[in-house]
Design a protein around this ligand. Sequence first.
Ligand code: ADP
Ligand code: MG
Length: 274
Amino acid sequence: MSETKDIWKEKLYETTNPLIQVENVDLNYQAAGGQVRALSNINFNIYRGEFVCVLGPSGCGKSTLLKILAGFLPPSSGQVRLEGEEIKGTDWKRGVVFQNPPLFEWYSVRNNINFGPRMRKIAKDQYGPEVEEYIKKVGLEEFADKKVYELSGGMKQRVSIARALVNHPEILLMDEPFGALDAFTRETMQSLIRNIWWQSGKTIFFITHDVEEALLLGSRILVLSRHPGELVEDLEVHFSRKIVEEEVENIQFSEKFYEYREQLLTLIHRQYDH
Ligand code: ADP
Ligand code: MG
């Protein structure tokens, strides 16, 4: 009897050596009226090559979690490690992409992208060709000499992605990066980041409040509960890599996609019920 491979059940990632370990993490903010608990007892690992999407209602602590992974915020209790080492402060190893990219508006696209290598004192003959390669990868060849203020929102996000990738981060941390884009540009950017992920094998941690976006991109979806955020779902999904091989429409309008979409929407709506 021949065995057919069921890709929906396939384990894709080597799960013995996590890239990131999040253990028993709580985060309290000091606010005027006292402490505000934003995250409560968060536990998960991230493995190399995963595209982890984080979903959850507004204010549940998604950005807080990303800030902890980026090293902007230390957890109030618990541990966060990258390759076994405690994450402390920011590092080029963790590249961050925000919804409104903090770029140098008066610099050219090229000089925004080579900012990291210059700061890291890498020799120009070394980073130069690499910067050009990333300019190409994100489709900005014709815009390399343009000033950032001349670009559209989608173009700015391309700069922001290239600027993070050129530092060879172990993980790319993205906080609702396409949230402010129009629907068409968002689709183009989703396809760009999906292809970069698939071709480079990069590990990506991606926050979104859009269930479809999470399903169209992620290899895994984490769901946080309403404030204070607790992890309520951790799901492996395979749509993104299927889309690399097939037409997006075949996948996005499949029964399986609807099934997962309903399941996740129900879970998120339930967060508002109590
Ligand atoms: P999300 O990104 O999921 O919308 P955030 O991580 O931004 O949520 O915020 C989680 C919770 O923490 C919210 O209730 C928010 O009001 C609160 N919060 C965020 N930043 C601060 C801060 N600097 N001081 C006090 N409370 C904060
Ligand atoms: Mg947020």
